[in-house]
Design a protein around this ligand. Structure first.
Ligand code: AMP
Length: 398
């Protein structure tokens, strides 16, 4: 038995989940939010109990110190030596990483060199990693990349039709994201593909960030996010794919700079921008029920984009055996799932049990009926357990 910590460090947050491996038993989980503020929040759940405190957490190192204190005070560990390994989520692994990797100087340097491709994320991941390394100098540290699962795409799927020189010189190409989630879902989804020699899946990870992936034989063939997580389908605050001239045109119309407009495409668009209600689909759906026209069109845009990508991936895969819904919206929004299925049903011949669909929130279920040409399932995602598994595997090899 070994205790393994899965870490997800953001620019102002630090999420953690401690596992007993190989049983995959969750010993505790929690989050430090608003790091850098006097009124930061530290929350932890363990053994059926929960605690949340508002206090100053000035940097990630302070957050890790709070975590250590909580682990000892609450008797979750007797000493920090019990934590033999830490796995760190890294959003951008670029072209360098097609699997998880031990943290060493080379790994750290490469993650650092990729900061221009994920400025907020990669920088924060390194800060988190260094804070843990200071407190747990002897533990095995592993980098688990969001982009790694998508490295199996072929050139025709990952290249952009820009001058080839730019693709080569600046590594400007599709990398995708949410890869750890898509990989997990593709593995769990296999149970619905028994007897199929080369399973083909279309995986919809739809939360506040959202991406679709086409998977064949357990390998990613195509994914909707692009150079960064801004691409693909519309999201909570992000545009998803746009005609590139929209940037040029709107900068001219508004007098805003490219950087300002880029921030608007990332943070003020999607559900929030179109509905003018909220980035949260729950609020938008409520506004739809109240007849808010902008909310209704925002929701229709969202469903349309997802249906279009499913159609695209159906063609890309040469058919599909399974469609998976996951993440915040995919797991919980029964109405959105129904609307997407209604949009693709006439072309793809799928049929779901609508009554069953309406009762499924946050748990796994097969929604399709035996008549359906493609199986449709809800599978809750679990990125942390994938981080713990890869990290534990490196610990065993040590
Ligand atoms: P995630 O990023 O996967 O944590 O997903 C978060 C998003 O899921 C939220 O912003 C909501 O838009 C959405 N969500 C969560 N629960 C529900 C629900 N019951 N109905 C509709 N949307 C939901």
């Amino acid at each position: 038995m070994a205790k393994v910590m899965a870490v997800n460090a953001g620019s102002s947050s630090l999420k953690f989940k401690l596992y007993e491996m190989p049983e995959e038993k969750v010993l505790c989980s929690g989050n430090a939010e608003r790091i850098g503020h006097e009124d930061a929040i530290f929350g932890i759940k363990w053994n059926g109990q929960e605690e949340k405190n508002i206090l100053p957490i000035l940097d990630h190192a302070a957050a890790v110190e709070l975590l250590v204190k909580a682990l000892i005070d609450k008797g979750i560990v007797k000493s920090m030596d019990e934590i033999v390994a830490c796995g760190h989520r890294i959003v951008q692994g670029g072209k360098y990483f097609s699997k998880s990797e031990l943290f060493n100087k080379d790994t750290e340097d490469k993650i650092e060199s990729l900061i221009p491709l994920a400025p907020l994320h990669n920088k924060a991941h390194l800060v988190g990693f260094r804070a843990f390394k200071k407190i747990l100098p002897d533990s095995v540290n592993v980098a688990v990349f969001d982009t790694a699962f998508h490295q199996t795409m072929s050139e025709e799927d990952y290249l952009f039709p820009i001058p080839y020189e730019y693709s080569e010189k600046y590594d400007c190409r599709r990398y995708g994201a949410h890869g750890t989630s898509h990989k997990y879902l593709s593995q769990v989804g296999l149970k619905y593909c028994e007897g199929i020699a080369h399973p083909k899946m279309i995986i919809c990870h739809i939360g506040s960030g959202a991406s679709l992936t086409a998977v064949k034989d357990g390998k990613c063939v195509a994914t909707s996010m692009g150079l960064t997580p801004l691409g693909g389908i519309m999201m909570g605050t992000r545009t998803g794919d746009l005609d590139p001239s929209v940037m040029n045109y709107l900068c001219k119309c508004t007098g805003k700079s490219v950087e300002e407009m880029y921030q608007i495409f990332n943070k003020k668009s999607g559900f929030l921008g179109v509905s003018e209600v909220s980035n949260d689909s729950r609020d938008v759906l409520k506004a739809c029920e109240e007849g808010n026209k902008k909310a209704i069109i925002a929701n229709r845009l969202f469903v349309r984009r997802i249906a279009d990508f499913i159609g695209q991936y159906f063609v890309r895969l040469g058919g599909a055996d399974l469609i998976i819904f996951s993440a915040g919206i995919g797991e919980n929004s029964t109405i959105t799932r129904e609307q997407i299925c209604d949009a693709i049903a006439p072309a793809l011949g799928i049929e779901i049990d609508k009554k069953l669909n309406a009762s499924i929130r946050g748990k796994e279920a097969l929604l399709s009926t035996p008549n359906s040409k493609i199986k449709v399932a809800v599978i809750p995602t679990d990125e942390e357990v994938m981080i713990a598994r890869d990290t534990y595997a490196y610990y065993l090899k040590k």
